[in-house]
Ligand binder design. Structure first.
Ligand SMILES: [Zn+2]
Length: 105
């Protein structure tokens, strides 16, 4: 796996959104790390992804790269779902604690 992504920019770029989101396996991340050391254009692509990663609006994404826009939209939707699940878990936990405290007499 070490040199798996050598000269495989297309594959790496497909995986970079997952890499930036820390959603890929450690093994994949390691292979991407190795590729990034030797590939300035993929490094640029990664910093572009990271700059759009958190707080950008969909309209900020340049029209020049529809694939990039599509990938970022998918990532954003996944992130929203994940945040909702975390919020639901926290609310459930707080509700259980509240019930336990209120019924603890
Ligand atoms: Zn590359």
């Amino acid at each position: 796996m070490k040199d798996f992504f050598k000269n495989k920019c297309e594959v790496v770029r497909d995986l970079l959104p997952l890499y930036a989101d820390e959603s890929c396996s450690k093994e994949t991340a390691k292979a991407i790390d190795i590729h990034l050391v030797t590939c300035p254009s993929c490094r640029d692509y990664l910093s572009e992804i990271k700059s759009y990663h958190d707080d950008s609006d969909v309209s900020d994404i340049p029209d020049s790269d529809p694939h990039f826009a599509e990938v970022m939209n998918k990532l954003r939707k996944r992130k929203i779902v994940r945040r909702s699940l975390v919020s639901a878990a926290i609310i459930t936990s707080l509700a259980i604690n509240a019930v336990l405290i209120l019924t603890n007499d």
